[in-house]
Design a protein around this ligand. Structure first.
Ligand SMILES: C[S@@+](CC[C@H](N)C(=O)[O-])C[C@H]1O[C@@H](n2cnc3c(N)ncnc32)[C@H](O)[C@@H]1O
Length: 293
């Protein structure tokens, strides 16, 4: 029964263990090269429409331990004298690591222009919380790096976040695309809606075009991969963790019916490619930036 499959995101410890495995097999290499450059270029060229002396307001969603925010904060800190950086990340252990990172940066004399505001809750809880009784908080930049998959109502929440931007503000969305998106869509068709991560950048682009009239959007496609030989080895612990992370299912090989495991392994074979005798899973992604009209 596919009803027995469990959504990985509901198990934070196991989720981050599996994320660490794909990072070890090469997924994180792009952070060291192209990702930081892409972030620097995008956030440097952002045009702030607020008054020259006003505070730049940033909402950072699903940040994990803050590693993928470092370049963004460095870039903004060098450009603006006053920044409010609101972090919304439900995994408490990750928020604590982010707070430790901030402390060490500020002790080293960095990030002096940034005031941080941490919330260890989901984005849905955050939006609900700020709605009651007062004017909802607005932002100049909202970023969602590889986290919109996990929103309970992806479409509603993303559109609501767009609505929380000041005019001229930027919604920055990073999502997998290509092979990985196909995997998620295939899984989304066989699991209950409540545990589905039916999303990649192509789906998000179409949704934004449908929901936001005359949406002003730019995209940047990036070729990324990680080694996947282990994924085909039934008894490989790392391999099984890789499968779990790509499919966003806890203990996929152990809990899915054999015919479903077989079907997905066949699909993995079709999507992986060989280079220098090693198999790679194409983990391409896409940056979408939307400017609020
Ligand atoms: C793949 S990680 C991405 C981490 C980081 N942004 C990066 O790009 O490396 C996804 C993050 O989204 C968080 N998350 C899961 N559900 C969420 C929700 N409903 N609202 C906000 N964040 C969520 C997870 O805890 C996790 O830290």
């Amino acid at each position: 029964m596919t009803q027995d499959l469990k959504a990985l995101v509901l198990f934070p410890k196991e989720y981050f263990e599996r994320y660490e495995v794909i990072s070890r097999y090469g997924y994180d290499e792009y952070f060291l090269s192209q990702h930081d450059k892409n972030l620097k270029d995008t956030f440097e060229s952002f045009v702030f429409c607020g008054k020259a002396d006003s505070t730049l307001r940033v909402l950072a969603v699903g940040t994990s331990d803050g590693t993928s925010d470092i370049q963004i904060i460095d870039t903004l800190n060098s450009k603006y004298s006053s920044i409010l950086y609101v972090v919304v990340e439900p995994a408490e252990s990750q928020v604590q690591k982010f707070q430790t990172l901030v402390q060490s940066k500020q002790e080293a004399g960095l990030w002096k222009n940034v005031k941080f505001d941490f919330h260890s809750i989901t984005v849905e809880e955050y939006l609900g919380k700020t709605k009651i009784g007062k004017e909802p908080a607005r932002f100049d930049i909202i970023h969602l790096q590889h986290c919109a998959y996990h929103f309970a109502d992806i479409e509603g929440t993303t559109v609501e976040l767009y609505g929380r931007l000041n005019t001229g503000g930027m919604l920055f969305i990073l999502l997998v695309t290509g092979a990985w998106e196909q995997m998620l869509l295939r899984m989304g068709n066989i699991v209950p809606e409540s545990m589905s991560s039916k999303l990649g950048s192509a789906t998000m682009r179409k949704m934004l075009q449908r929901r936001i009239p005359d949406v002003k959007m730019q995209t940047q496609y990036r070729k990324i991969s990680f080694k996947f030989d282990e994924g085909f080895k039934e008894n490989s612990e790392d391999g099984n963790m890789m499968l779990d992370f790509v499919l966003q299912v806890l203990d996929f090989r152990k809990t899915a019916p054999p015919e479903i495991v077989g079907d997905f392994m066949k699909f993995f074979k079709e999507l992986c490619y060989e280079e220098n005798g090693e198999l790679y899973f194409p983990a391409d992604d896409e940056i979408i930036t939307v400017i609020k009209q």
